[in-house]
Design a protein. Sequence first.
Length: 178
Amino acid sequence: MVIHFEPLAALSVDARVNRTDSELVEAAFLSHARTGSLTLSYALSDRFSVTGGLDYQSFLGTGEVTFLRGTPPITEVPMRDREIDRVWQAGVISRPVPRLGITATANFDRTSGIDSMAGEPPLYGSLSFTYGTGSVYYDIPRGGRIAVDLQRAYLIQELLPLNDFRANLLTLRFSRAF
């Protein structure tokens, strides 16, 4: 289901919901997937607007697996995959003076859950991923656009902290429409 609603000329609300269920009795397989999102956008003027939202995804999968290779074949091993993702997002677009613009966007993704097979440690677990981009640009009349972007990202995992990282990227861009 998708809903788009504009209570005011400058305000828009978007909501999406999806539900999926699957089952395969022979393999003792069961799957439930739920997704939903809500996004709000507000244009305070033709020079300034803000946006924000939340995206939610939930997945549960259970079943039994048979590994045919090896001696002897391993049969009916219970598996469980449970994952919940939440992504918060926010953004600002501003044009304080003609030809000069500033944009900033940020996302925070939090994943919780665990993937496990009977008798073994989990394959993955909870993590958080934060990333954002800020950009300042100037439009040169009949020349193009020059921009400076700064992007930052952080990944933190609870089960495998050796995979954690931080990244920064500074970019100078020039673009021209034809």
